[in-house]
Design a protein around this ligand. Structure first.
Ligand code: UDP
Length: 334
C-alpha cells in the first residue's frame, strides 16, 4: 500500500515508518518538523514539510500523492503545557485534524488510523481499562484527542470514512540498534529521564510520590514498546485495507503494569552491565494529575488484529532506550 504518515518524523511516527517499510509498504511523510526530526526518517522516504493548519497545503499533498490510507500522528503532546496553552492545543490538534478530515473528504475517502491516548479516560478505578470505560479526560491534551476521535466518528457516519483509533498507554523504548529514539524538546518521561540521568545530564531522579495505594507506593503504568506500537499501526492499516472492519477503537498496551520503582530498578540493572552505579533518586511530592494505576485492558487488539507485543520484559525495553540515549546523548541534533 501507499501510506501518507502525517507527523511521521516524530518519535512514534518515525518508528512506524520503519515498520511500514519493513512490511513492504510505500511511505510519504507530511510533517511540519517542529517536534519531529527529518534525521529520524530513512533517506529515501519522501518528507513533505507542511502544517495541518494550512488546509490548502494538506489538500495539495493528498491530491499529489493519492495515498491508499493515512496514519495521523501530528499533534502537540504535552499534558502540562496543554493546561497553560489551551488555545494552541485546541487549534493545532483539533483544527489541524479537522483540516485533514476535510481534505480526505474533498479528495478521496481512504482509511485513517488515528493516534489517540489513554489520557481520554482520565482517572478511573476501572483498571485494567477497557475501551468502553467512561471518557473523562482531565487535560486539554486529552480533550483534544477525544474531540478528534469524535470528529472521526462523525466523518465515518457522514462520509463512510473507515477508521481505527489507537489509544496508547505509556510509550517507551527505541528501535533495537539505537538508530532512532525519543527526542522531545521538553523531557518529562520516566525512562528517558532515567537514561539522561545515567548519562550525567541530570543530577538525580525524582520519584513523584511513594504513598500511592500500590504494592511499593509508586505509580503503576503500562509501558508499551514503541516498535510494538508501530506494529499495531501496521496491523490496523492492513486490516482496514482488507475491509476487516470499518470503525474500531483499540487500547495499545501490554495489559500489565510496572511501578516507578520497578522501572528505575530495571534502568539500574541495565546500566550496571556497563559498570555504572545505581541512579541517585529522591522521593518528591506527587505530580498533579497522576492516577495511581493506569493499565490497559488490551484484549481487543489481540483478538481482532492479532497484536503480539515482542517487548514484554522491562529490562529489554529499557535496554533499547539506553542504547539510543547512550549513542545519541544529545538526540538527533547532537
Ligand atoms: N515519574 C516520576 N519521575 C519522573 C518522571 C515520571 O516518578 O521524573 C512517574 C510519573 O509520576 C508517572 C510515571 O513515572 O507515575 C510515568 O510518567 P511519564 O511522565 O513517563 O508518563 P505518563 O504516565 O505521565 O504518561
Amino acid at each position: 500500500m501507499k501510506l501518507l504518515v502525517v507527523g511521521g518524523a516524530g518519535y512514534i511516527g518515525s518508528h512506524t515508518v520503519r515498520q511500514l517499510r519493513a512490511a513492504g509498504h510505500e511511505v510519504v511523510v507530511l510533517d511540519n518538523l517542529t517536534g519531529g526530526h527529518a534525521q529520524a526518517l530513512p533517506a529515501d522516504v519522501a518528507c513533505v514539510r507542511g502544517d495541518l493548519l494550512d488546509a490548502e497545503a494538506v489538500r495539495t499533498v493528498l491530491e499529489a500523492h493519492r495515498p491508499d490510507a493515512i496514519i495521523h500522528f501530528a499533534a502537540l503532546i504535552e499534558v502540562g503545557e496543554s493546561m497553560g496553552a489551551p488555545g494552541r492545543y485546541y487549534c493545532n490538534n483539533v483544527v489541524g485534524s479537522l483540516n485533514l478530515l476535510d481534505a480526505i473528504v474533498q479528495t478521496r475517502v481512504v482509511p485513517l488510523v488515528f493516534s489517540s491516548t489513554a489520557a481520554v479516560y482520565g482517572t478511573t478505578d476501572n483498571v485494567p481499562i477497557p475501551e468502553d470505560a467512561p471518557l473523562h479526560p482531565e487535560s486539554v491534551y486529552g480533550e483534544t484527542k477525544l474531540m478528534t476521535e469524535r470528529m472521526i466518528q462523525a466523518f465515518h457516519a457522514a462520509h463512510a470514512l473507515p477508521f481505527v483509533v489507537l489509544r496508547y498507554f505509556n510509550v517507551c523504548g527505541a528501535a533495537p540498534g539505537g538508530e532512532i529514539g525519543e527526542d522531545h524538546t521538553n523531557k518529562t518521561h520516566l525512562i528517558e529521564l532515567a537514561c539522561l540521568t545515567a548519562l550525567g545530564q541530570r543530577e538525580k531522579m525524582m520519584i513523584f510520590g511513594d504513598d500511592y495505594p500500590t504494592p511499593d507506593g509508586t505509580c503503576i503504568r503500562d509501558y508499551v514498546h514503541v516498535q510494538d506500537l508501530a506494529d499495531a499501526h501496521v496491523l490496523a492499516v492492513e486490516a482496514l485495507e482488507r475491509g476487516q472492519m470499518s470503525a474500531a477503537t483499540y487500547n495499545v498496551g501490554l495489559g500489565h503494569g510496572f511501578s516507578v520503582r520497578e522501572v528505575l530498578g530495571a534502568v539500574d540493572a541495565v546500566i550496571a552491565e556497563e559498570g555504572l552505579p545505581p541512579l541517585p533518586r529522591e522521593i518528591a511530592p506527587r505530580r498533579a494529575g497522576d492516577p495511581p494505576r493506569l493499565v490497559a485492558d488490551a484484549r481487543r487488539i489481540v483478538e481482532d488484529l492479532g497484536f503480539q507485543p515482542q517487548f514484554t520484559d522491562l529490562k529489554e525495553i529499557v535496554r533499547t532506550a539506553w542504547e539510543w540515549h547512550r549513542s545519541h546523548p544529545h538526540g538527533f541534533e547532537g
